[in-house]
Ligand binder design. Structure first.
Ligand SMILES: Nc1ncnc2c1ncn2[C@@H]1O[C@H](COP(=O)(O)OP(=O)(O)OP(=O)(O)O)[C@@H](O)[C@H]1O
Length: 685
């Protein structure tokens, strides 16, 4: 025995040996199915033991990572397979396959408690569930300690559940003895994972520790199950180490954790005593009143296991999330946006029970990266608008801004497609009601707008199921929600990618090619965003942020407002066009929470409070943002404005060509012209 030399009861050992014999050590006898878990050193698969068509779990450990002699590891694995307790996952057998060690185990259909929490109980479980889980875990520890074993890795991620609600402590044995035995959490003096669950005496070099270290980890696990995460889990390993050593032990707070019983709080406090000699043994702890009243897990677990997708789907979703978050750290914001889209798409297709959670996951932005922004600082807002527009996601509740994107998508379809743009005008900013959440999770435009005039129609491409909106001259009502004032570039990006994915209408391909060429875009028309000014090589997207002042409105009929541009038609009622100044856009969420980097523009509350341009200039001058910060942004805006102008001119000429080709059947009226908004000049001259 590699570690503390366990002693097996002969009967149990014999039974285990018989069971082990039932499984072969030939890889061909195991058909690996889905991945159901992954840890620092291993990937776990659901597998079928072909000779008996029996479902098992196969844990594949990467031998290249091992610090121990392989023969010794295998010998230890065999000994570990003799461990026999209803609450401890036992290895049936193990063998080497190329560079991996395969450990064959019973398959626990519901995976780990950590997975369950991540998927469905982010704030932890209710006390009866916790009590059941902890009691079974403690029984496992009591058994192991009695055998002279220290688990050393007690945590929610290693507590496994099966469909009947049976709780087993996993990850004991093989991997435990494989990685630098004596301190399994270290690998070449580097912490593997975080030391959140590690007892102070384990973290302190030179300090001896014993099975009481498991009791500390058990106490931390109790907090993990109660809150959905371990204490200090958000901090880097070294900080956790220092906090564990220096701070008072964590515990259940008497105020914050009012929902938990006194007995529970007391039991946790007993485990989390820094002096290991003062911690109770597992045996003694089992006698605590908290465990005496605990119900069998088969009763308590049932309720939490219903309506969950199969384990492998859960794991896939979590894996995507983890990978995305990792990649996010290294990724420019434009790519973050694309990834967010992909996460969202895949998530929605893979999951059906918690769309909101998936949307939140798709944000891929960490809270602690939230930029500081002063609520009343308009200049800061400008900077934030630029900075954020690439990284925004459609989080939370739909808002006018979000829906506004639908209108943009609609417009893209119009411009890109054929025959759907009547002569009268082009509708871009359809009403809020035009956006409808589609089954695929995307908000596609749908001109069922009650608020639009009767000239408005909508058509759906029967083949593509892609909604296109037609004319809607009425843009915004004064005082109503801003339609085109705030663009949500991420949604635009979604719609664009959506089309590029091949889900775009065929009409686009047939008739929009000239337009695309003229606009020098491979997909549907999109205009540069302010954010893209910083990265003009990045995909050009729809303008974002706010609608600028239109300057001499009395002379122009605005039918389309996008960013700082207006496409005008002479037969549009000017009175319906609203000026939406930047400063009227509040960066407050509907709940009054300051918007962070991860927040969606769609969450912005837009107050269509009219404000003159001179007022803007004044506010900017008074703002606390230094000119050194502001000037590069303004330069970018000017640069981008030029680019936008070029794009629109190209687009118009292309559309005019199309119109000729279509022999006037449909298209954009010839009198449509572009008016570059004077907003930039108005603001920054
Ligand atoms: N027998 C099993 N049945 C179902 N899922 C399992 C089984 N064993 C492990 N898993 C899943 O695989 C995950 C990783 O397994 P495990 O913890 O053994 O790997 P590891 O590399 O040792 O992890 P760690 O990072 O804890 O060292 C577990 O958290 C659990 O979700």
């Amino acid at each position: 025995m590699g570690r503390n030399g366990s002693v097996k009861r002969p009967a149990a050992a014999a039974a285990a040996a018989v069971a082990a014999l039932a499984f072969t050590v030939m890889p061909a006898d195991y058909r690996l199915m889905e991945e159901v878990g992954y840890g620092a050193h291993a990937v776990v698969y659901r597998a079928v033991f072909v000779p008996r068509n029996e479902t098992v779990a196969v844990k594949c450990l990467d031998l290249d990572q091992l610090n121990n002699n392989i023969d010794e590891v295998q010998r230890e694995a065999q000994i570990m397979s003799l461990i026999d307790h209803p609450n401890v996952i036992r290895a049936y057998c193990s063998f080497v396959v190329e560079h991996s060690l395969w450990v064959i185990m019973p398959f626990m259909t519901e995976g780990s408690c950590l997975h369950l929490m991540k998927i469905a109980y982010p704030d932890g479980f209710e006390e009866p569930v916790i009590a059941s889980i902890l009691k079974e875990t403690l029984k496992a520890l009591e058994y192991l300690h009695r055998q002279g074993q220290i688990h050393r890795d007690v945590k929610a991620g290693n507590i496994l559940i099966d469909s009947a609600g049976v709780v087993k402590l996993g990850d004991f044995g093989v991997s435990a003895c494989m990685f630098d035995r004596g301190d399994r959490q270290r690998s070449r003096n580097t912490f593997v994972g975080t030391p959140c669950w590690m007892a102070p005496e384990v973290l302190q070099p030179g300090t001896g520790y014993n099975f009481k270290a498991d009791i500390w980890s058990f106490g931390i696990t109790a907090l993990e199950l109660a809150h959905g995460h371990a204490p200090f889990s958000k901090y880097p390993p070294m900080k956790v180490l220092l906090m564990t050593l220096q701070n008072a032990p964590p515990g259940l707070d008497y105020d914050r954790d009012r929902r938990f019983s006194k007995a529970f709080k007391e039991m946790v406090a007993m485990c989390l005593v820094k002096d290991q000699t003062k911690r109770p043994t597992a045996e003694k702890l089992l006698k605590h009143s908290f465990f005496k009243s605990a119900k069998p897990p088969e009763l308590t677990m049932k309720g939490i296991l219903t309506d969950l997708p199969p384990l492998w789907d859960r794991v896939k979703a979590l894996q995507l999330k983890d990978a995305a978050q990792l990649a996010l750290k290294k990724m420019p914001s434009s790519e973050q946006e694309a990834l967010s889209l992909s996460e969202y798409q895949r998530g929605v297709s893979a999951w059906h029970f918690d769309i909101e959670d998936l949307k939140a996951q798709a944000s891929l932005i960490y809270d602690d990266e939230a930029p500081e922004i002063k609520e009343d600082d308009d200049t800061a807002r400008i900077i934030e608008v630029e900075k954020d527009s690439y990284s925004r996601n459609s989080l939370g509740k739909p808002s006018s801004a979000n829906q506004n994107n639908c209108s943009e998508q609609t417009s893209m379809a119009n411009l890109d497609g054929e025959g759907l743009i009547p002569n009268e005008a082009i509708d871009i900013a359809v009403s809020n009601a035009d956006c409808k959440r589609m089954p695929n999770g995307y908000e596609n435009s749908r001109a069922r707008n009650d608020s639009l005039p009767s000239t408005s129609t909508s058509k759906q491409d029967p083949e593509s199921k892609y909604w296109r909106s037609n004319v809607g001259q009425k843009q915004q009502n004064s005082g109503g929600p801003v339609e085109s004032g705030v663009n949500n570039s991420p949604t635009i990006e979604r719609s664009h990618n959506f089309e590029r994915d091949g889900t775009s209408p065929k009409a686009s391909d047939k008739h929009g090619s000239d337009t695309r060429r003229a606009a020098n875009l491979s997909g549907p028309l999109s205009l540069p965003t302010r954010a893209s000014a910083n990265s003009l090589s990045a995909p050009i997207r729809s303008s974002g942020g706010y609608v600028d002042s239109l300057g001499d409105k009395s002379k122009r009929s605005v039918v389309h407002i996008k960013g700082r541009f207006s496409v005008t038609s002479e037969n549009v009622d000017l009175a319906k066009v609203q000026e939406i100044p930047l400063s009227s856009i509040s960066r407050k969420s509907p709940h009054g929470i300051q918007l962070r980097k991860s927040a969606s523009v769609g969450d912005w509350v837009v107050n269509a409070k009219p404000m003159s341009n001179s007022q803007h200039v004044k506010e900017l001058c008074n703002s606390s943002v230094s000119s050194s910060i502001l000037i590069p942004h303004l330069e970018n805006l000017v640069q981008q404005t030029t680019l936008q102008q070029d794009l629109i001119v190209n687009l118009l000429s292309s559309m005019q060509q199309n119109e000729n080709v279509d022999d006037g059947q449909s298209g954009i009226p010839s009198q449509v012209r572009i008016v570059e908004s004077e907003a930039v000049n108005d603001y920054f001259d």
